[in-house]
Design a binder for this molecule. Structure first.
Ligand code: DP6
Length: 324
């Protein structure tokens, strides 16, 4: 009754922002991401009849109660699917430093979905695994697959048509993503809370939804054609529009720090000097820069010269979840 799995994080190029069902974790909009080879989580789940509650060890330490409860609620879904009632010890390790402001919920819940379902004796295919991972964290449903991945929002109330599908494998296009961390402060508003506030109060939210299908089609075509210029422009536009919905919420909120703007300006100046580079920003202060692998080292050096930039992690497209 034990299994281990490894799942990689992903960076959304067309962002998921807003839920139509907060229990089933169903999104208002489809999204599109690239799975990252440099950032991953390895998780072992051991169901043990001797335990009277679930245990979570995160990066070598007992996790705080909030994280443990999130994992425990997720394990309840697995237990219900498997028709069993045994608690588990979950041991999870991230490849990246904690507190560097890098999100781990996508890789974390993708690895947990894979390891927990296997340990519970379930044999789930990619679609079922993606739907299960989604229940832990929406973006985790995309980390089931490697390379370029689309999460189709679906329209059904029960969520049976809301899961990720691979669009192109990692080897299709060895694009580089440079993740520049500019703040190690815990963000005050989680993605979950931020998107809920936005859906409830932003007068721009419907306008955001109206832009998605066109951006998604352009982004997917750009990946098929390995067209960095088109992909980069769509990704920037989409990220800025998502952040505009937060600026227009009531009360408004902004995840950016000084360093966020510094990286945006650096990307603009790189482009002016003839180096194709484009940015995207999740619900946080850190910035991911897209470029061709041949420019990655040079851009990394430029970013590290900015006073506000702490680390730059260089990643390419990575693989989907695997059992270990
Ligand atoms: C801005 O997947 O972390 O990174 O579903 O509530 O767990 P929950 O939220 P989460 O939100 C990710 C938001 C985003 C965009 C994206 O990854 O698509």
């Amino acid at each position: 009754m034990q299994a281990s799995a490894k799942a990689h994080s992903n960076m959304a190029l067309i962002k998921y922002w807003g839920k139509r069902d907060e229990t089933l974790m169903l999104p208002h909009n489809s999204s599109f991401s690239v799975t990252l080879d440099a950032l991953y989580t390895t998780t072992t789940v051991a169901f043990d009849a001797a335990l009277d509650h679930d245990i979570l060890i995160l990066n070598g330490r007992e996790a705080e109660e909030k994280a443990r409860l999130k994992v425990s609620r997720f394990l309840d879904i697995v237990r219900e699917m498997a028709g069993m009632n045994i608690h588990a010890k979950v041991t999870s390790q991230n490849s990246f430093p904690t507190g560097a402001g890098l999100a781990s919920s996508a890789s974390g819940f993708a690895a947990l979905a894979c390891a927990a379902s296997k340990a519970a004796g379930l044999e789930l295919d990619g679609k079922a695994l993606s739907m299960l991972a989604r229940r832990g964290s929406g973006s985790a449903c995309r980390s089931i697959y490697g390379g370029f991945v689309e999460w189709q929002k679906g329209v059904k109330l029960d969520g049976s048509d809301s899961y990720a599908k691979p669009v192109a494998p990692p080897e299709h296009w060895p694009l580089s993503l440079l993740i520049a961390t500019v703040s190690d402060k815990q963000k005050k508003i989680s993605s979950r809370e931020g998107m809920a506030k936005t859906v409830a109060t932003s007068p721009f939210y419907n306008s955001w939804l109206n832009t998605i299908e066109e951006d998604l089609a352009q982004a997917k075509a750009a990946v098929q054609n390995r067209d960095l210029d088109t992909l980069g422009k769509v990704a920037e536009r989409n990220a800025l529009r998502m952040h505009a919905t937060m600026l227009s919420a009531d009360p408004p909120f902004l995840y950016w720090q000084k360093g966020t703007i510094a990286v945006i300006r650096e990307v603009e100046s790189l482009r002016e000097s003839g180096i194709p580079a484009y940015f995207t920003i999740d619900a946080g202060a850190n910035v991911a820069v897209l470029c061709e692998p041949s420019h990655a080292a040079q851009i990394k050096e430029k970013l590290l010269r900015l006073r506000e930039v702490q680390h730059v992690i260089v990643s390419g497209p990575g693989p989907g979840v695997t059992l270990l």
